[in-house]
Design a protein around this ligand. Structure first.
Ligand code: CO
Length: 198
């Protein structure tokens, strides 16, 4: 188990190694960020955006919440999207879900965990929209896996339908929205083939 002081020590080692490789790394990043990617992912500790695509700081603008949900009524997600599209001019927005998502499982089962139930209602609505498809699958693990995918596809649509993205496309800005899912078992990302382009 790590204590907070261990994290500070690990940070020093990490920063030292990067500076050793490239003494200008932090100075250059401090001047500006020019990420080409925005990431909408789950808060799950096992799905850290930069690490799983092997990219250093400065490459991905990240928004994470329980079950990688995007809706146009969420001021936090909306502000992050607007800033990354209008100001940073990212070219790709990646909605990344993951198999084994506890939030999606709670929504599938209708489990009660408190305040988070209200948040996960959004995934339950997707579950109910695909009731027949899910019912045809054999066993809860298969339904869970499929709902993880359906949730990503649905959030991709929400992002693509947002006025931030629609306005960017109307201006002719280069911008695509992608839906990926990550497997905790092998560390591999899969493209769900639900990308939306202008
Ligand atoms: Co999750």
């Amino acid at each position: 188990m790590f204590a907070p002081k261990d994290l500070l020590a690990r940070n020093k080692t990490w920063a030292g190694k990067i500076s050793e490789n490239n003494p200008r790394f932090f100075a250059e990043l401090a001047d500006q960020q020019t990420p080409k990617f925005m990431w909408i992912g789950c808060s799950d500790s096992r799905v850290p955006a930069n690490q799983i695509v092997n990219l250093p700081p400065g490459e991905i603008f990240v928004h994470r919440n329980v079950a990688n949900i995007f809706n146009a009524g969420d001021l936090n997600a909306l502000a992050t999207l607007q800033f990354s599209v209008d100001v940073l001019k990212v070219e790709h927005i990646i909605v990344c879900g993951h198999y084994g998502c506890g939030g999606v499982l709670a929504a599938l089962r209708g489990d009660r965990h408190g305040l988070v139930d209200h948040w996960l209602r959004q995934v339950q609505i997707i579950r109910d929209q695909h009731e027949d498809e899910l019912a045809d699958l054999e066993g809860e693990p298969a339904r869970h896996q499929r709902l993880c995918e359906l949730n990503v596809a649905s959030q991709v649509r929400h992002v693509a339908e947002s006025y931030v993205v629609r306005d960017a496309w109307e201006r002719g800005q280069s911008l695509s929205v992608h839906g990926w899912v990550y497997s905790l078992h092998d560390g591999i990302l899969r493209d769900l083939g639900v990308s939306v382009n202008p």
